[in-house]
Write a protein that binds this ligand. Structure first.
Ligand SMILES: [Zn+2]
Length: 61
């Protein structure tokens, strides 16, 4: 059985934009991972683990 992919978060270190990425399958769509911030086009995107609050947000999304 394939392992379910773990959701993660993308955070812009520049403007603190963030987005939760929760893959539905083990195949990530190419446009899911951002290399440029959609707000100010900064490239300081970092991948981070979800915290408790993010999991709450995920549940209500
Ligand atoms: Zn940004």
């Amino acid at each position: 059985m394939p392992k379910k992919p773990q959701p993660f978060k993308q955070i812009c270190k520049n403007c603190l934009w963030s987005e939760i990425v929760a893959p539905k399958s083990d195949v990530l769509l190419p446009n899911t991972i951002k290399s440029v911030c959609p707000k100010y086009y900064s490239t300081l995107i970092e991948r981070a683990e979800l915290n408790i609050l993010d999991y709450v947000r995920l549940k209500i999304m």
